[in-house]
Design a binder for this molecule. Structure first.
Ligand SMILES: *[C@@H]1O[C@H](CO)[C@@H](O)[C@H](O)[C@H]1NC(C)=O
Ligand SMILES: *[C@@H]1O[C@H](CO)[C@@H](O)[C@H](O)[C@H]1NC(C)=O
Length: 134
């Protein structure tokens, strides 16, 4: 019984949670570039912390990393404008497009005094309001 439940939990986890391989590969690629740009050691856990929203604080390096990553992903342009469609397309690779659209269109409005605050607030808002599990 326990084993069946474990298998079921695993299948559900694979189907409904976590990122897709495409998403994980993209994050990995981009974070390697941003680690290099920002002089962060390659074995840093910043990427994992951001991916799963663990121990994310108002650390300037976290904000710089978020900005670097979101720029490379095309989520935000050089003028600091979020690109809804690009963000929605990225997350829809795994999650329900309607739910993605809802949370993205809400969170691009988070605002912030600087572009660093904007990307940080977007990240916080996304994890607070997304309805799908990770
Ligand atoms: C949480 O992050 C801060 C800096 O952002 C770091 O100093 C601290 O060690 C981290 N704590 C854990 C448990 O990773
Ligand atoms: C992007 O999101 C904003 C804020 O929710 C919305 O007003 C705008 O229509 C969206 N843009 C596109 C191209 O969907």
């Amino acid at each position: 019984m326990t084993r069946i439940l474990l298998v079921l939990a695993l299948i559900l986890h694979i189907c409904f949670a976590d990122y897709s391989k495409y998403q994980l590969d993209t994050f990995k690629d981009i974070s390697m570039q941003c680690y290099r740009n920002l002089g962060i050691p390659e074995d840093s856990d910043i990427l994992q912390r951001i991916e799963y929203n663990r121990n994310i604080t108002e650390d300037p390096l976290i904000k710089e990393f978020l900005l670097c990553g979101q720029k490379l992903l095309g989520w935000i342009d050089t003028d600091g404008n979020f690109q809804n469609e690009t963000i929605i397309r990225f997350f829809s690779d795994r999650y329900d497009a309607e739910q993605v659209k809802e949370v993205v269109e809400l969170c691009v409005l988070s605002g912030g005094e600087t572009v660093l605050d904007k990307v940080y607030n977007f990240h916080q808002c996304y994890f607070k309001h997304k309805k799908y599990a990770l």
